[in-house]
Design a protein around this ligand. Sequence first.
Ligand code: ATP
Ligand code: MG
Length: 378
Amino acid sequence: MFHNGKQFKRITLNIGDQVEFQTSSALLRDTYHSQVIGCNTRLGIVQISFPTSNGKLVLVPVGTNVKLRLAGSNDWLENFTVIDRTNGENRCLVLQIAYSNAAELINYQTYDDLQLLAVTSGKGGVGKTTFTINLAMALSKLGKRVCVLDASLGTANVDVHLGITARYNLAHVIAGQRHLNDILVDSEYGFSVLPGCSGLQRITELSDFEYNYLATEFDQLSERFQILIVDTGAGISRSVTNFVRAAGTGYLIITPEPSSITDAYALLKTLVKEQKSKVNLKLVVNRVYSKSEAVEVAERVQFAAERFLDLELQYVGCILEDRKVRDSIIMQTPVLSLAPYCNASQAFLEIAKELDTDTAAAINPSFNVLSRLWNFVK
Ligand SMILES: Nc1ncnc2c1ncn2[C@@H]1O[C@H](COP(=O)(O)OP(=O)(O)OP(=O)(O)O)[C@@H](O)[C@H]1O
Ligand SMILES: [Mg+2]
């Protein structure tokens, strides 16, 4: 099997399978025998029973590198690390396979196709939520299955913009009170909303059990949707930069106001400083009076980002100052629904089409959404 030019052997592990493994440790040089007792291939995690050698338990330390194969097979799955070791009645080793080998380990599906897009800004109140819901509607009109995650902790207002009331949020899913499917709210505009609220902060504090449970819940998102747009809130707090990095692709919204530009630059600086992976940011200038004004503002930010941060920003369009946007917010309706032919609505459609044709923004194979969020939040 080939993916992104790399060839993968595909190996299926199921609960109960007898496996053998070897370690890179000089102290543990045998081939050890064990049994698969849990497997979450989307997370690249396999739980195996404590191995034995000559009838004795073998204590493999956390952090040991391991390769694993089905008993009797010649195909090794390389690049596992022991990430946990539990004692007691249910003692087991928890192994995680390296990202680069993840596609080799299957029993359901190794990676999902859910595209994550962050919408962010340096300064608050520049039009992120307006952009998020209208982009969501524009992409739905292009036939995409879209979900919006309201992750603007503290200032969550996607529901207010849409006039919907979310009874439950992610906190209820984490507490095991609701399934993810139950908290999703279908808007009238072709896309769904996942209320995040306080639940998102808790992602960092999950126990292994809660994490595994939530990961399975998040798998449902990949089945239902193609695009998850994350409204991240403003500023340089870690919750914002984490979501932007987790998404990989994002929109940075600015207005011509000087403070919006300096705050955007501060956000970019933080992102570059903390960078754990490449961030692909698209620049949108909101509330301008002409396209040439937008180009001028965008060029200033692009110049500073390139010159001082070595960061390339792609300018993808502007949204004119439009009374209809204000009206739409008062009416709690996306402007694309209220006035589909106004300047702002047309701009949202153009930006959605740009995304549709941008293959660089397309998804990379990866573990599931939750693991991506979690890896960046932790
Ligand atoms: N293109 C536009 N034309 C006219 N008014 C606009 C436009 N874009 C945004 N606004 C106004 O700006 C206000 C703030 O927009 P929005 O709530 O989308 O910003 P935000 O960045 O999500 O804010 P916060 O940081 O508080 O979450 C809106 O209430 C609306 O009145
Ligand atoms: Mg907002």
